[in-house]
Design a binder for this molecule. Sequence first.
Ligand code: BGC
Length: 715
Amino acid sequence: MPLKYVDEIISKMTLEEKAKIVVGVGLPGLFGNPPSRVPGAAGETHPIERLKIPSAVFADGPAGLRISPRREGDELTYHATAFPVETMLASTWNRNVLEEVGKAVGEEVREYGVDILLAPAINIHRNPLCGRNFEYYSEDPFLTGEMAAAFVRGVQSQGVGACLKHFAANEQETNRMFIDTLISERALREIYLKGFEIAIKKSKPWAVMSAYNKLNGEYCSQNKWLLTKVLREEWGFEGFVMTDWFAGDDPVKQMEAGNDMIMPGKAYQINPKRRDEVEEILSAVKEGRLSEDVLNRNVRNILKVLVNSPSFKGYKYSNRPDLDAHARVAYEAGAEGVILLKNNGALPIGVDKRIALFGTGQIETIKGGTGSGDTHPRYVISILDGVRERGLKIDENLAGIYAKYVGDMRGIEEYRVRRGVFGMPIMPKIPEDFLSEEDIEGFAENNDVAFIVISRISGEGYDRRPEKGDFYLSDDERNLVEKVSKIFHRHGRKVVAVLNIGSPIEVASWRELVDAILLIWQAGQETGRIFADVITGRINPSGKLPTTFPRDYWDVPSWSFPGEPKDNPQMVSYDEGIYVGYRYYDTFGVESAYEFGFGLSYTTFRYGNLKVEVSDNIIKISFEITNTGNYPGKEVAQVYIRAPKGVIDKPFQELKGFHKTRLLNPGETERVEIEVDVDSLAVYNGEKWIIERGRYEVRVGSSSRDIRLTGSFII
Ligand code: BGC
C-alpha cells in the first residue's frame, strides 16, 4: 500500500487514536480482558473503526504458531504444527530447511487469522544454562543471522510478518525484567547484535521486539542508542519495534527511544505502580513532555507495516492450514537436525534387531520447551510410539513396565504434573533407576541393543542449574546408564544414549560407558518417527552442533551467569567479551566435550581441491566434497577464517561461511562454492569497524576442530 495513504490516515487521526495505535489492548483473555479474536494469541492492537483500521493479531512463536487448540463452545480444533526447537533447526545448517519451515509456519499464521508471528528468537547461547536457549539458534552470530534470515523469508513469503526478538542481549531468564546487562560495545556489536544485523539486512522483518533487560544501564525498550541509532540509522530497519510483554517502566521514554509499540498494553493489570499507557502518552503530549512528532513517527512506522497485513487487507482466513503437509516439513527439518555425537559401530541397527528401550523419556518424550516457545500440535509421536509405528522389534514387556511405572508415578502427589505461571506445565523428574539388575539381565538376554533416553525440559522464566538432574545426570540416571551398559556389554550387546534435550548437558564423565550417543534435541511432534528412522539408517544423521558441549559447566567462560549479587542478581557483566562459545575454547585452548560444528555421519567425506580467490571485495572459496563411505549422506562444510595478528585481539578463528551438500551417494562429489564478503572480516575497535591488513587463513572443516583444507588470501 502506498505510503501516501498511510500519511493520509495519520492526518485524519485524533491524538487519542494515535495513542491507541501505539499501545496493545491488554493481554487477551486474562485479567478480565476479552479473548483475542484468535484465542491464545499473545497480543492485539486497537482497531479504529472510524478510519477502517482493523486490529492486528500477534502470536508466538519459535517452534510453531502458539494459539489455543480449543475454543469455548466450538467443536472445531485449532492445532498448529510443533516443529523442532530452534536449536535443532540451526543444527541442520540448512537455509532451505529454515525457509521451508518458515513458509509452513507462515501459512498457519495466515490461515488462523494472525498477522505477525513473534519469532524467530535470536539471542545468543552465551551460557548453556539459559532457560530459553532451545528457542535460540546458536552461540555463533553468523549462523544465527543466516538461519533467522532464511526463516523470516519463509514466513513473510506467506503475506504475514515475522518479528525478530529479543533485541538485545537477553541471554538469561533470571530477573530478566530488570537485570542490567553490561557489555562492551565490541562484544555487543560483534556477537550480540550481529545476528540481528544480518537478519535485518537480508530478510527485512516486519517487526523487532525489544528485550526486557537493561543494556548498559537503560532498558532495551527505552534505549535510543539501540533502537534508533543502531537499528534504524545504521542498519536501515524499516519495520516497527514492539516491546516485550510488559517490558520497561516508562512509556514516554519508550516512545522517544524509537520503541514504536507497547505490548501487550495495560501494564497496570500486573503492576499497580504503572499507569494506563494510552493515558500516559496522551497526557505527556498534552503537557509537552512528549512531542507529537515522535508519536506521529511511531504511528507511521506501525501503520506502514500493518497496512500490508492480512487483517488490513480483509483476508478471509480458512482456519484450515495444511497440517498434513506441515507435519512432513517438521519431519524433514528434524531429520536434518539430528546429531550423532558418538558411534562405535552401534548405529544404524538392522530393522530385525530386538530393541530394549530404557528411560521414562520414551513415553514422556519432550517435543519442545515451555512458555511462549510452546506449541499445541494435534499429536506428539513419542519415542516409543515412533518405534512401534515403524514396526521395529521392541521389547514390549519392558515398554509395558515403563508405561505402568510412569503412570503410577505421575499419580503420586510429589510427581504430579502441575501448572505454574500462566499455565506452564511443571514436570517433576521421575527417578529413572527402578529396574533391578536381575530385570536388566533378562532384557539383555532377550534383546540385541539397548537405548537409554535422557530428557530435559526448560522454559521461559527460569534458568537451568549447574546441578545433578539438570546440567549433570542425576544419580538415578547415572545408575541406569551404568547398570544397563555393564549388563548389556557383558552380553556383548551395544548401548546407545539418546539425548532428548534443548540445550547441552554434561556428557564427558559418562560417555565412555555407552557405544553411541544420539542427540535428537526436542524435535517437535514428529520426534518418535525421526528417532526410529535415524536408528535404522533411513535417515543418515547430518546435523552439526550449533553450540559447544562443554566438558564441564565450570569450563564455560561466562562464569558471571546469571549475575550479581548471587542470591538476587541485579546486573550481569559479560566479562568474557567476544570470547563466547568456540571463540573462547579455541583461543584459550580449552577442550570441550563436543566442539562447535561437530557431528558424525553413517558415512565419511573427503574434502579436496581448495581454491581461494579475492575479487571485488568478495572472497570466493571453492572445494570438493566426496562421499567416501557406504551410505548416502549430507555433509555440512564450514569455513572458518583466521585473521592475521593486528592491533586488536581476535579469536583464533571465526565462522564466515557454510554449506550443506545435497544428498551424496557413495562415491559422489559436490563442488561447493562459498562467498565471503570482505566487509564481514571487520572487527569493532570500540569506535568503528576496521579491517586489519595481512594474510588471512581460510580453514575449511567438517567441524571447528576438524579442519580438512587450508588456504589463504591477503588484504
Ligand atoms: C516473551 C516473548 C513472547 C511474549 C508474548 C514474553 O514473555 O519473552 O518472547 O513473544 O511473551 O507471548
